[in-house]
Every structure is written in C-alpha cells, then in structure tokens.
Design a binder for this molecule. Structure first.
Ligand SMILES: Nc1nc2c(ncn2[C@@H]2O[C@H](COP(=O)(O)OP(=O)(O)OP(=O)(O)O)[C@@H](O)[C@H]2O)c(=O)[nH]1
Length: 385
C-alpha cells in the first residue's frame, strides 16, 4: 500500500453512481461488505421465492383453473427456482463480489418480467397490481443489495413497461391512469432517494474507518506502516499463507549507514529528509497492495515480500541500494549522499507446515544485516532460514 492511500482524490465518491471513483477502492469496499450483503441477499431471495409462488393463488382466484392461470403459476415457480439458483451461487462463490449484484439483478429482472405478464392477463386488477409494483420497487431499490445503477435501471425500465401497459389497457379511464403512473413515479423517487442515501452512507462510513485505520497504522514522517501492523500479525498472516500453500516469502531489513553522522553534520531536519527519501524509494520500488514497508526502528525499515524467493529479494534490495546510493539528496543548503545496508531472510518454497516463526525470520534477516554492517556497509546479504 502506497502513500497516496491517504490522498482525498483516491477515495472520492462519484455521487451520481454512488460508488467510489477508484475502481480498486470500490472493489475493496464491496469485498468488505460481501459477507453482510450475501447474508442479506440470501434471506431476500428465499423471501422472494416463497411469496412469488404463494401469490400464484391470486392468479387462480382471478383467472380460475384456466391454462393461462397455470402458465402464470409455472412462471412464478420458474422465478422461485431462479431465486434459489442465486442462493446456491452465493453459497458456492462466497468470495466473488460480482455474485450478489448478478444474483439480485437476474432475479429481479425475471420476477418483474413475469409480473408484467401476470398484470397483462388481469386487466381489471391493474390498480392493485400498480400498488404491488410500487411496493416491489422498494425491494428493488432497498431490500436486495445491488449496485445502485443496476437498481435504478431495473426500477425505471420495469415502471416504464408497466406504465405503457396501463396506457394501452386503461385508456377509458385516463384520470386513473394518470394517478397510477404518478404512484409509480413516487415509488421510484422514494426508492431512488433511499437507495442513494444508503449507498453513500455506507461508503462514507467505510472511508472514515479506512482513513482512521491508515492513520493509526502509518508512521507520520515516512508514510510507511509502523510496528503496530506487525504486532497485529501482518507477518504471521503471510507466514500462515506460506505454511498453507507452500509458497516463498522474504523479508528485507534495511538500515541507513552512519545515520548519526548525517544528523550530526547536516542537522535533524536534513536527517528527516533523508529518511523520507529512503522510505519513498522503498514504497515506489515494491509492489502496491502485495508488499509491505514497515518503519521498524528510527532508521531501520522492514520490507515484507510475499511469494518472493531469495534471489528475487536480493535483486530487489540491490536495485534499491544502488538507487539510494546513486542519488544525492538535496536537503535545504546541503546535498547529502547516503547509503544503506540490507539483510534478507527467506523462506523457500517448501512443503506446508515448514515456515518458521515471524521472530525467527526477522532474526535471520537481522543477522545478515549485522554481517553487512561488520563488513563495511552499503551491501546486501541474504540467507535461507
Ligand atoms: N533525523 C532523524 N534521526 C533519527 C530518527 N530516528 C532515529 N534517528 C537517529 O538515527 C541515528 C541512529 O544511529 P545509530 O544507531 O548509531 O546508527 P548509525 O549511525 O546509522 O550507524 P550504523 O547503523 O552502524 O551504520 C541516531 O542518531 C538517531 O537519533 C528520525 O526520525 N529522524
């Protein structure tokens, strides 16, 4: 994760779409809400399946035991099966943020299409069916967790089709038609406002919690993570992944060389700038959202590199070392050339259960760093644990 995670632009909300402008952040938000949305949607789907079939009684009551009535009941059963299919999909792919909008939109589209047919064959009940549609619109906008724009599209298209049907079938009562169309407009307007408020409020709450978490986890001088994230188990979680999947993992412990001299010669403010420059290099040269850069001590940083073997970690550390040593830093009046030393500890790809503890892995990197310091600094050393 990079410094610009704290930039307001990155977390801006497109209020028209009621989604985050940044697609990656929107995806993160949806994944965060996924368990809650899936549970709500599963309940809504079962509810819809049950009521859709039960309301088949009204088809029989209105049309009698006719072929049309049974056809409508069969279509209701089909909608219930689609709802149950959505339920199964949510259980089967619980980690895909695409499943809830797909399940909700498919069910609602099918249910509303069948609803239009039901209404078409019961012209004398058009007023009742309009009221039913106004209620269903609430479910479309609010009860079925969905993307805001999908809910709006389904709500408006179904209302327009229904309004067209009202006009075709109810021409003799123009005033009733007008009242019923106004009812549909009201249903859409209320649903639209409620859904937009919910979508925006959820995102604002998520953004506030995310920013607070970032502020608590970040070192204010460099923007890197602070040691709290290690205490919260960042490295333990990566090691658990190694154990489970047998993947590689490397950590790089980096320490600025003779940093006390930089402070003593150029002043503490210049020292701060050197630290910031080094941290910026670490953040820029590692992978966004995969690697983690932690300010481990005053002038010491720990870089966690998941799925990276010893050779890859060594090559990366060497590139960072050269970039840092080769670029003088302008600090007010003085130009400072600083260097850094790097010690790497690596877990190779092995069979599961072989990964060491976080302390042991950092200890391995630390002993390599110590060896670099003893042998003249400004170098990289690495070892497998
Ligand atoms: N400017 C600045 N200095 C810091 C900060 N944190 C720690 N330091 C300084 O970093 C220096 C670390 O000094 P030492 O531990 O002796 O290490 P060194 O001089 O880099 O020597 P080697 O690591 O052996 O190469 C101390 O002078 C600390 O005051 C900080 O946030 N800003």
């Amino acid at each position: 994760m990079k410094l610009d995670d704290l930039s307001p632009y990155r977390h801006a909300i497109d209020r028209r779409r009621a989604e985050f402008e940044d697609a990656a952040f929107e995806d993160r938000f949806r994944r965060h809400l996924l368990p809650q949305h899936s549970a709500q949607l599963k309940a809504s789907l079962l509810f819809a399946a049950f009521f859709y079939v039960v309301f088949g009684v009204t088809d029989i009551a209105t049309l009698g035991y006719t072929l049309t009535a049974w056809l409508l009941v069969a279509l209701r059963v089909l909608v219930a099966l689609i709802a149950l299919g959505g339920h199964v999909a949510l259980s089967r792919w619980p980690e895909s943020p695409r499943t809830p909008p797909l399940a909700a939109s498919t069910l609602l589209s099918a249910a509303l299409a069948v609803f239009m047919l039901v209404a078409w064959y019961q012209p004398e009940a058009l007023a009742w069916n309009t009221m039913s549609l106004a209620l269903i619109l609430m479910a479309v906008y609010v009860n079925f967790p969905n993307r805001f724009l999908y809910a709006v599209a389904i709500g408006i298209v179904s209302s327009m089709v229904f309004a067209a049907m009202l006009v075709v079938q109810g021409l003799r009562h123009a005033d009733d038609v007008l009242t019923l169309i106004l009812l549909l407009i009201l249903g859409n307007a209320l649903g639209f406002i409620a859904a937009k408020r919910i979508h925006l409020a959820q995102r604002e709450a998520f953004r506030a919690a995310f920013m607070l978490q970032q502020l608590a986890d970040r070192d204010p001088l460099t923007g890197c993570y602070n040691r709290r994230v290690l205490q919260r188990g960042l490295l333990d979680a990566e090691l658990a992944r190694c154990r489970r999947y047998g993947t590689a993992l490397s950590v790089v412990l980096c320490d600025l060389d003779h940093f006390k001299q930089v402070n003593d010669t150029h002043g503490h403010a210049a020292g701060d700038q050197v630290l910031q420059r080094f941290a910026a290099l670490l953040l820029a040269m590692t992978r966004d959202t995969i690697d983690s850069v932690i300010r481990y001590g005053g002038e010491e940083f720990l870089v966690v590199l998941p799925q990276t073997e010893l050779d890859g970690a060594r090559a990366l550390a060497e590139r960072i070392r050269q970039a840092f040593a080769g670029t003088p830093i302008q600090t007010g009046a003085a130009t400072v050339t600083a260097t850094a030393s790097f010690g790497i500890g690596s877990v190779a790809i092995r069979y599961p259960h072989a990964a060491p503890s976080a302390e042991a892995l950092i200890g391995c990197a630390d002993s390599q760093l110590y060896a670099v310091k003893r042998h003249g600094r400004n170098a990289v050393r690495a070892a497998l644990i």
